[in-house]
Design a protein around this ligand. Sequence first.
Ligand code: UDX
Length: 434
Amino acid sequence: MNLTMIGSGYVGLVSGACFAEFGANVTCVDKDESKINALLNGKIPIYEPGLDDLVERNVKAGRLSFSLELEKAVKNSDLIFIAVGTPTRRGDGHADLKYVYAAAEEIASYLDGYTVIVDKSTVPVGTAREVARVIAKTNPDADFDVASNPEFLREGSAIGDFMRPDRVVLGIESDRAETLLRELYRPLNLISAPIHVTNLESAELIKYASNAFLATKISFINEISQLCEKVGADVHSVAKGMGMDKRIGNKFLHAGPGYGGSCFPKDTLALIRIAQEHGSSCRIVESVVEVNAAQKAAMVSKIRSAMGDSVSGKKIGVLGLAFKPETDDMRDAPALSILPALLDKGAEVKAHDPESMEEAKKILPETLQYCDNLDEVVTDADAVVLMTEWNQYRGLDLEDVISKMKGNVFIDLRNVYENETMQKYGFEYFCVGR
Ligand code: UDX
């Protein structure tokens, strides 16, 4: 089976390499020459654990290739996946679909023989039908179907999520398309991953509703964490007690500085807009977005009050910048709102992150200093803030840390450490909801 993956970013590259691993012949196409050239030279332009080996293995096997030539790839493909970016449009929170429709138009003129065009990108309800209209208008003779196949990949565990999915969702409009896509996903039959076939609109909405619900769980526990601090409850224990109810489940109930990333912030806003456009309410998701912003702001107040109500002139060492561990992605990371606020209040801030400092330098204020290692972050610091729970920050040599610091304040925004342990080492320990 030959397929073209349009867009070689977090979604397209992982999906293309995994489909190749399933045995399909995959051509990943992208407009970004530097990205394609990097890939042609065996360099992976993003950090995703295991992706380099997966790509190398499939390139060597001749099942995975990279190209700038969309026409050649399309003519040779049974399936074409659209995995381009759908960022939040400036100003109105809509998903920006210009790259999706540009790809659809370009594909249309190259179609040769029955082809299924599959939306892999997260797109508003109704986009697949619009893609079909664009293609039919551009090339009335084209023999094609469109389908929706949203991804549920978490950055940092994307390959595992692809290879062992909880479900595959297929929005299908014809038996031909269903046959082709079931054939493509046949290797998942071996692990009996359920394939949920539905119509286009339902498939598109499943993606938004799933992400919005996961974001709801996070904002819910974050709001509960605020109450925990007031009443002397421990949010870890509350989350544990809640999660034992199988109807609630114990995942995505970790209180923290608020969710970030390239999906939850964008998809919650897009879902609100989709509801508005169709005269339907989305009040729960609206409050999820508000609570998330409030949680990030609450972290700034937490840091300030932990340092005697003023950070001006104080040295703050920050561990982690990425929106979560195991990724270099800084999109909507809590650090992007928390650190500038501290710098604005006159703090001197220095930070370390194993993967995302290059990305961070492009978007955080110049006044932020970057450290090559842990020691530089904690040396002479009045306070240390644990922002992202990378494994290497989970087992700190606390005696060594406090001996190098000037002050003794440790603000743990990911609840990695325990209060009594930290006090034993002489820290003044602050965390979230405990
Ligand atoms: C998410 C969805 O999980 C995935 O299914 C979808 O395809 C893409 O969006 P991702 O954004 O990569 O994946 O990461 P995820 O692990 O979901 O974390 C998202 C954010 O929520 C991170 O900022 C993380 O720190 C935060 N989070 C997650 C919490 O604050 N608490 C939790 O319990 C879980």
